[in-house]
Design a binder for this molecule. Structure first.
Ligand code: 48F
Length: 300
């Protein structure tokens, strides 16, 4: 006659089941290995986050370069500024994620094309690709975006999302306007239409990498009434010409203000080019080179 209680019998049955069913054994091992033991309470979680964020915002209130826009040109610029120049670089992006206009590939199809001339950048950030035509390669735009962003961060650049650049800081010296940083607000505050005073980031240079809208150049032209800045507006599609000119025209507009990516097309009246990324990547690299040269020459 069995002298065990029902509870003991059930425990024994479970143990033997676990012993004989390898998937259950795996599960029990996993549970033990991943047994999270949080050693701080909820208030301490907030305190740590406040402290860490405060350290970042304190350190990055004054930087070398502010990049406005985390699209392909802005991210590439940040990567090279940090990597080649060791510059204190801050990317500000109004959306919650990075990637700008390339995230949707061509018509939401997960493919973008890169010309041979820009493939060095794709290879450098270890993005996968395939050759699809002579001197032309296909990439996954999400992978490319994530890898450039990750490499930029690894090189020391910081990226803040959900931050809207609503104005610039300026000075006038010897009759010439100089841009010396940006005025920022949380994007949801802008979207709510609340009146909350913004904060500022002081910098030696600002790059407008805001894409088709050229938002920073546009507000500088409007608010500072600078006739020397043109804003011709992007032209219709001519892929090869757009790609060539967008790199050629990348650069400085006035002291402290630089333009890269599709914003260059908006400023200089260049043709659009669709889901071709070579021009965007090379424009980002070029603007970083120009800023580094200006710094060397003491022009910043
Ligand atoms: O548009 P976007 O990707 O600019 P890009 O680097 O690349 C253009 C390509 O995506 C695509 C193309 C050419 O046909 O291949 O169009 O020139 O990225 C611009 C980023 O800037 C952000 C915006 O949310 C986007 O992610 N942005 C725009 N205005 C502001 C801003 C602002 N005022 N403050 C912060 N971020």
């Amino acid at each position: 006659m069995c002298t065990r209680s029902i509870k003991e019998c059930l425990t024994l049955q479970c143990k033997s089941l676990i012993k004989h069913d390898s998937s259950l054994i795996g599960l029990s091992v996993m549970r033990n290995n991943y047994d999270i033991k949080l050693k701080v309470n909820e208030g301490e979680i907030s305190r740590i986050i406040f402290n860490e964020a405060l350290k970042l915002f304190t350190e990055y209130s004054i930087v070398d370069v502010v990049v406005v826009g985390a699209g392909p040109s802005g991210l590439t610029a940040a990567y090279y500024l940090a990597k080649e120049g060791g510059l204190k670089t801050l990317v500000l992006e109004r959306n919650l994620g990075v990637g700008g206009g390339i995230r949707g590939g061509g018509m939401l199809l997960p493919v973008a094309l890169v010309e041979e001339e820009a493939m060095e950048i794709v290879r450098e950030v270890k993005c996968s690709y395939s050759r699809v035509a002579e001197s032309l390669y296909a990439v996954n735009p999400i992978e490319l975006t994530c890898k450039i962003a990750a490499e930029a961060i690894s090189q020391g650049a910081k990226i803040l999302t959900g931050v809207y650049v609503e104005d610039v800081i300026y000075r006038v010296e010897k009759g010439k306007h100089i841009i010396r940083g940006v005025v920022i607000q949380w994007t949801p505050i802008i979207e709510c239409g609340w009146h909350v005073d913004p904060l500022n980031i002081y910098s030696k240079a600002v790059i407008d990498a805001t894409g088709h809208e050229a938002e920073i150049v546009s507000l500088v032209k409007k608010k500072l009434k600078l006739n020397e800045i043109s804003l011709i507006g992007e032209k219709s599609m001519w892929a090869s010409e757009g790609e060539r000119l967008v790199v050629e025209k990348t650069g400085k507009l006035i002291s402290g203000l630089y333009v890269a990516g599709m914003a260059v097309a908006e400023v200089h009246g260049l043709p659009r080019m669709g889901p071709l990324l070579g021009g965007m990547l090379l424009s980002g690299k070029r603007v970083a080179e120009i800023i580094l040269e200006d710094l060397k020459r003491g022009e910043l």
